[in-house]
Each structure stands twice: as C-alpha cells, then as structure tokens.
Design a binder for this molecule. Sequence first.
Ligand SMILES: Nc1nc2c(ncn2[C@@H]2O[C@H](COP(=O)(O)OP(=O)(O)O)[C@@H](O)[C@H]2O)c(=O)[nH]1
Ligand SMILES: [Mg+2]
Length: 228
Amino acid sequence: MTTPIAANPDPKIAMGWMHTARFLTTAPELHHLPPIDVPEIAFVGRSNAGKSTCINTLTQQHRLAFASKTPGRTQSINLFTLGKQGITDAVLADLPGYGYAAVPKAAKYRWQKVMANYLQTRENLKGVVLLCDPRLGLTELDEILLDVIRPRVEEGLKFLVLLTKSDKLNKTEAAKVLSIVRLQAGGGDVKLFSALKRQGLEDAAQHLWNWVHPHRPEAGQPATAPGA
Ligand SMILES: Nc1nc2c(ncn2[C@@H]2O[C@H](COP(=O)(O)OP(=O)(O)O)[C@@H](O)[C@H]2O)c(=O)[nH]1
Ligand SMILES: [Mg+2]
C-alpha cells in the first residue's frame, strides 16, 4: 500500500549513487549547518540502534560514519554529499543518537532540542530515516521524534523506519515486530535491515533514491501509489 512505484528498477543505480557519499562538514550546533539547496535525508535513532553501521553499509564505505561500540559519542550533525560525476544532488545528515543513559541530563535535553529544531526547521529536509533496534521496538523517544515530524510528514516529508540488526530475529519475530511498528508509525514505511546479512540494503538504497529522484509520471498517472 505504502510503497512508491519504483522510479528506478535497477538497484545497482541506487547503490552506485549511495557509494558516491563524501564527507562534507560537521556541525556541533544547528547554526553551524550550511544552507544547502539539494534534498537532505536525515538519519536518526537511539544510540546503538545501528545508525553508523547502516550509513556505512548503504554507502559501502567502512569508515564514513563513525561506528562505535561506545554509544552516545557522536554529538554533532555530520553531512555527506551524494551525487554522480561530482554533481551533488542530495545530502545525508547523520544526527546524534539519543537515549543513551550515561549522558548527563542537561546534555540530553540540549540535544533533544537541537534535534527537534533541526527536524522542524531544516528547509531542504526531504526525508527522515528512523533506525530502530527491533528488539526494543519504537521507544518513547522515538515516538516523541515521530510527533515532532508528523506535521511535516503531513506536508510531504518522506519517512522510513529501518528495523536494524534483523539478523537477530527469526521469521516469526520479524513479522510480529514489523506489524507492531507499522501500526506505531501510522502507516509510514517500515522495513527490515541487516548490515551483517545485507538484508534490505538495496531496497533501502532504492527507497532513498526514489525520494530524491521522484518518478516522472506518464500523463494521467499518479506519481506514487495511494497512501505513499
Ligand atoms: N548483528 C548485528 N549487529 C549490528 C548490525 N548493525 C549494527 N550492529 C552492532 O550494533 C552496535 C551499534 O552499532 P552502531 O552502528 O555503532 O550504532 P549507532 O550508535 O546507532 O551509530 C555495534 O556493536 C554494531 O556492530 C547488524 O545489522 N547486525
Ligand atoms: Mg553512531
């Protein structure tokens, strides 16, 4: 129901596009972010959800986003450009993970504010990828984030939940968590993803490619399936 009609039937194109990712800049505060006029895709999620690993796997670059065994480390917004032949046509934003217990409360609130502010005001924000460890499901902080972006989703902001580390689930568990999170996400797209098994990799890449390169409909045809 919610899957857009594939604008690009060849996943190799989307994977090749993801592979063009290059570090652009790091912004410790929101006002350090440069204004950018191409679509931006933000990766958000709890600390340890598998965000850095997901970005590295999608871009096929092992150290692009810093994957750490120490959660709560990344405190800045990191931007990466995407685009073939050196022509940037999108930007990935790696946002700080949230919900790590050992982070002092004041710092936690500061970051929640920065993140909410980013999600509400970043003008070129085209889509949000929420990474979620399916063994935890969507937590309270994830739900707060969904509430923050809801008004923009209603205005066309794209939104995808990736249930990471899906290699840790058996088929029954995977089906169950998919249906629960789909309900919680209010009809948004939810997909399984495993960096380890490379499950859902091409699908996720293609999904993001389609956000930035929307299908040009034939005359009289809708651009996306109903409800997309
Ligand atoms: N089994 C498994 N472990 C993963 C996967 N992705 C990430 N991890 C592990 O989860 C932990 C947190 O990953 P990381 O990418 O640093 O999470 P982040 O804090 O959200 O950036 C690390 O120990 C990763 O090795 C996956 O697909 N499968
Ligand atoms: Mg990380």
